[in-house]
Design a protein around this ligand. Sequence first.
Ligand code: ZN
Length: 422
Amino acid sequence: MNTLFTNANILTPQGVVRGCLGVADDRIAFVGELPQDFLVERSIDCEGGLLLPGLVNAHTHLSMTLFRNAADDMELSAWLQDRIWPLEDQLDAEACYYGALLALAEGIRGGTTAFNDMYFFEESVARAVAESGVRAVIARSVVTGADGGKSRVEEARQLYLDYNGAEDDRIHVAIAPHAEYTCSEETLIACEKLAHSLGARIHIHLSETYQEHEECKLRHQLTPAAYLASLGMLGEETLLAHCVHCDADDAALLGAAKATVLHCPQSNLKLGSGIAPVMPLLAHGVNIALGTDGAASNNNLDMFEELRLAATLHKGVTMNPKAVNAKTALQMATENGARALGWQSGRLQEGYLADVVLVDTNIPSMQPVNDLTAAAAYSASAGDVLLTMANGRILYERGEYYTLDIERILANAARIKDRLGL
Ligand SMILES: [Zn+2]
């Protein structure tokens, strides 16, 4: 299917370009002037709207949408132990399927085209991702349980063998030890060996809270980042969620390893965990992508909120209005995540995979039109998204879902919420 977007303001790596964007099958065919030989099968008049690369939610737990607004105003250890873990014990494949579908529907409606998930019943998540049309890295969350983590590591291996590269490469599989404080050294080493043998990414929570960071230092005489480095777990394929309490030495270590930090500002604020040291991380060349974390600690999956927080929070922290400018924040929300997750997407550029979002500019909150890069970072909201395309296929357009039955998803999510006793 060839799609032509006309009358658009297109956010390219070189800045905003006025004109057309053509999509041939799953790739962007051109940006700017319509070539004479481009066969148009569907033409969409953007009416001056803003075309952005699809947003990349680089750290989340999709099925946790079921727990939205069910555990609030609590600190992380109590939030996990008293509320979330008992709820998670009741989850099954069906619950995770509908929870993931609900998350994907929310993401698609808000311009998100790729997700990095870590949770349970990932076969259900894979099914939801396959049906929805988005991209996702999925991973079985590994903790050291009764059998020392062996069964979960084996499940992680099987998930990789079954799904990595599935659905025309829309699904990738990572190996996800949950965190240093939930995994024994033996489990972490098993995960590292597995990821290494498969060539898979590692996705792990790191230094999310002060307590976790300090306890790791007591246990191992190393910060969590230095501890992972000592186990050979830091590299270009390592995705580290949060890193709120990483110190200057950690930042240097992560930069040298070319690791990716998955910055989740809203979740870190809501759980009272703190604010990640993004400026030192950037200074050391760390790749930074953005995520919402799960809907139980956010409490939505709105990537425009993360984008705006990333672009404002560090200005306040450093008292420097130049910190994380609009362009840098947009890169964090798009291409940095796409690259870390292994897709040639996240840019509106010829040859890139066609993950494209149309944002309405003909609304009061986006007018008058001045700098549209600033508008995307500081003014736009998820509700302003008119159309979402992933892999060259339109998934959502002006209130209508093309791949998902939203009524069925909402009804089942409500039914499962009741079943969980929420
Ligand atoms: Zn998380």
